[in-house]
Ligand binder design. Structure first.
Ligand code: COA
Length: 160
């Protein structure tokens, strides 16, 4: 099995780099999870901020692929001081290596430094345990499961 080392999270500042994020999202949300590309490309990417987790991939034959992009997350600014976290995805080959957590930690650090007092997200219901481990929680009275893009979700918050 390949190894993934030197994992770092990069804030994409150049719009031309958006493809790096979209490649991973297409693979995870469209190919793996079956969401349509119309849902995946929701028209909000241009006004969003994007982060990519990248690493060195060491193949079984010893060759190394540098700058191997393996995860992604997106921030959409909402009303004053509120950031929406979305499109968090790690390629199947990189799961369980704390890459998702690293992406969320980078996102939270950015929010702290940039005046966002609230982070909100719509978690796919089976993923809520992951977000709980990252410090998010549902709010009493607003913890009902709802359908979004055809699958069950729950709203969660964190105040960084
Ligand atoms: C959800 C996802 C981003 C997690 O990424 P990951 O890199 O595998 O997660 P991490 O290794 O950083 O996990 C951090 C912790 O959360 C736990 N965790 C991961 N997925 C979990 C889940 N579905 N339920 C409960 N806990 C989970 C891990 O066990 C780990 O716990 P630990 O710190 O006690 O060891 C990844 O599984 C993924 O891309 N899934 C498909 C896309 C998706 O569903 N995105 C979310 C849409 S809302």
């Amino acid at each position: 099995m390949p190894n993934y080392i030197n994992i770092s999270v990069v804030h994409l500042k150049n719009p031309e780099e958006l493809d790096r994020a979209l490649r991973i999202r297409k693979q995870v949300f469209h190919v793996e999870q079956g969401y349509s590309m119309e849902i995946e490309l929701d028209g909000q990417d241009d006004t969003a901020q994007h982060w990519v987790a990248t690493c060195d991939k060491i193949n079984e034959d010893g060759t190394i692929e540098h700058n191997f992009d393996i995860g992604v997350v997106r921030l959409i600014p909402k009303e004053e001081g509120v950031a929406k976290l979305g499109r968090l995805a790690v390629l199947p080959c990189g799961r369980g290596l704390s890459i998702g957590k690293k992406l969320v930690d980078a996102f939270i650090a950015y929010c702290k430094e940039n005046g966002f007092h609230t982070i909100v997200l719509h978690s796919q219901y089976p993923r809520r345990g992951f977000y709980e481990k990252c410090g998010f929680s549902a709010k009493e009275g607003q913890d009902q499961v709802f359908e979004e893009a055809g699958t069950p979700h729950i709203k969660m918050w964190l105040h960084p």
